[in-house]
Structure formats: C-alpha cells, structure tokens
Write a protein that binds this ligand. Structure first.
Ligand code: FAD
Ligand code: NAP
Length: 245
C-alpha cells in the first residue's frame, strides 16, 4: 500500500472516546463519497493500520469519525492525536459502499449505528443523493444521546430540504425526547421507524446500512422477510451493506 504523511488539523470530541479527526492529505487520489481510506502509524513491531470511511467528499479536508475501542490496537493511538500530529493515510480509497453501487428508488434509507454514520455524512455533502432520490431517510442508532454526532450539520440539511430529508435518531440506553427508544431492528419490526420517517421501507426503496455487524445481519433478515434482497449489478435488489467488523 502507498502512504502519504497526513497532518491532523482539527479534532472534534463529540463525547469521551467518540471523535472526528480532520486530516490534511491533499495527495489522496479522487474518491467517491462512501469509500474508505486506511489510517496508520509506524510502531516498533511494524506499520499498524485500519480502514476508516471518509466522512467528507473528495476535495475537502478528510474527516474521519472514529470511536475509541478501549481494547483495540490502533484507536487508542488515534484518540491521543492532536492538531499538528502526523498520521499516515493511504493514497487510494477503496470500497463499493457508494451511491454509484445503489439502485434508484422512491426513497433512500441510510441506516447506521455508531460511527457507521461516517459514509452518509460524506454522501449528504454531495449533490448526488439530493438529485437522485425524492426522499432520504437517515436513521442513526446509538447507545446514548451524546453519541448523536453531526446533529447541527444534519439539522441544516433538514432546513434546506424539509420535504426530502427525514432524520430519525434511535437511542437504546436512555429515553430522549425527539428520538425513538430501543434498537433500529426493534423499531423496524414494530413499525415505529417508518412512522417516524413518514415513508414506507419497501421494494421501491434503496437501503444502505453500515455499522455494528449484528445490526446488519438482523436488519437484513427483517428486510428479506419483506421481500427485499441485496443489490447486485447482475441481479438488482435494494440492499447495500458495509461491515465495519
Ligand atoms: C470498510 C471499513 C470502514 C470502517 N470505518 C470506520 C469508521 O469510519 N469509524 C470507525 O470508528 N471504525 C471504522 N472501521 C473499523 C476500524 O477499521 C477498526 O476496526 C476500529 O477502529 C478498531 O480498530 P482497533 O485497532 O482499535 O481495534 P482492533 O484491535 O482491530 O479490534 C477490533 C475489534 O474492535 C471492535 N470494533 C471495531 N470497530 C468498531 C466500531 N466502529 N465500533 C465498535 N466496535 C468496533 C470489534 O469488536 C473488532 O473485532 C471500519 C472498518 C471497515 C472494514
Ligand atoms: N461514546 C461512545 O459511543 C463510545 C465512547 C468510548 C468508547 N466506546 C466503545 O466503542 C464501542 C462501540 O460502541 P458504540 O456505542 O459506538 O457501538 P455499538 O455497541 O455498536 O452500539 C451502537 C448502537 O447499536 C445498537 N446495537 C447493538 N447490537 C445491535 C443489534 N444486533 N441490532 C440492532 N442494534 C444493535 C446498540 O444497542 P444496545 O445499546 O442495545 O447495545 C446501540 O444502540 C464499545 O466498545 C464502546 O464501549 C463508545
């Protein structure tokens, strides 16, 4: 893999251990919103790197929305980075979790847990989803209210596109006014997700999902029971998935 030495320009701490690193690495090759890059650091026993969705489109400073996995190898190092520090960034992005790999539809459902929000922030900053889908539903499942990052930016999109964008926060470990309680899967199964979104999730939707793998598996099973299936170029469906672990 080819590496660029990036420079951390800003660190936004949304909650303890939940943060966005803004990294300047202008030599990164053009990429599509939703793709991922590798972040890495040199360690005594070799180069340590992991993939991270870019939360910004090509041409802007690179945003990475990251959660500290206390038992993890790389995130405790990333969490300690400060403005001015260096971090290695892969030159070329990868991945097919992008709108160009999505079918058209009446609505675009963007389902995520935790830092799975990252690729959607990148996409919403581009014109593509707004031009392609009459309705966009962004569903963010988190444990606590404090984990609902990027809310101000999302509010701006809601104000700019009041009839097009629905934002549905889902909080599992505390009651929060204006958010659904529980897990995305429970809210999908009991109908409260679609009620809050004001749109049906059906075979005329495109459904992207990203984040916790157990959520991805359970949601896919629920959607399959409704007749939705993975989208493939040769066999069109509705579901496009990104697994983080
Ligand atoms: C395509 C892709 C894109 C990714 N994008 C992001 C991103 O935008 N932001 C981000 O924070 N992570 C993202 N990840 C996960 C990231 O690559 C690392 O796995 C994660 O940061 C943990 O690294 P670590 O070295 O600290 O932990 P490791 O020592 O590698 O331990 C990994 C373990 O940590 C847990 N874990 C990994 N990621 C998460 C997570 N996000 N939330 C909760 N638990 C997790 C899992 O149990 C996993 O087995 C992405 C992964 C993939 C495959
Ligand atoms: N502020 C933070 O977010 C933060 C800060 C520091 C460290 N960490 C660490 O980072 C790791 C990840 O935490 P996270 O909160 O970002 O991610 P997470 O554990 O994946 O939880 C995010 C959301 O996904 C839900 N979920 C889990 N399994 C699901 C399933 N099978 N179906 C549907 N929904 C499901 C969770 O519900 P439940 O609540 O019911 O599990 C929660 O609402 C943890 O190790 C945590 O300790 C997090």
């Amino acid at each position: 893999m080819k590496w660029i030495s990036g420079v951390v320009r800003n660190k936004i701490v949304w909650a303890e251990g939940l943060f966005t690193l803004q990294v300047e690495a202008p030599e990164v090759e053009p990429f599509e919103a939703g793709q991922f890059l590798q972040l890495g650091v040199e360690q005594p026993d070799g180069h340590l790197h992991r993939p991270y969705s870019v939360a910004s489109p090509h041409g802007e400073i690179l945003d990475f929305f990251i959660v500290l996995v206390e038992t993890g190898k790389l995130t405790p190092i990333l969490w300690k980075l400060a403005p001015g520090d260096a971090v290695d960034v892969s030159t070329r992005a990868a991945g097919s979790f992008t709108l160009s790999h999505c079918p058209d539809g009446n609505s675009l459902w963007l389902l995520c847990t935790g830092t799975g929000l990252a690729p959607y922030i990148a996409m919403l900053r581009t014109a593509t989803p707004w031009q392609r889908y009459p309705r966009i539903v962004l569903v963010h499942g988190v444990r606590y209210q404090r984990d609902l990052a990027y809310r101000e930016e999302i509010s701006r999109y809601q104000q700019a596109h009041p009839d097009q964008l629905a934002y549905v926060p889902v909080v599992s470990r505390e009651a929060v006014s204006g958010a659904l309680s529980g897990r995305i899967t429970t809210c999908l199964a009991n109908g409260t997700l679609e009620a809050a979104a004001g749109s049906p999730l059906d075979a005329h939707s495109c459904v992207m999902m990203c984040g916790n793998p157990a959520m991805l598996d359970e949601t896919e099973r629920l959607l399959q029971a409704r007749g939705l299936k993975r989208h493939r170029t040769k066999e069109p469906g509705q579901i496009v998935v990104e697994r983080y672990w």
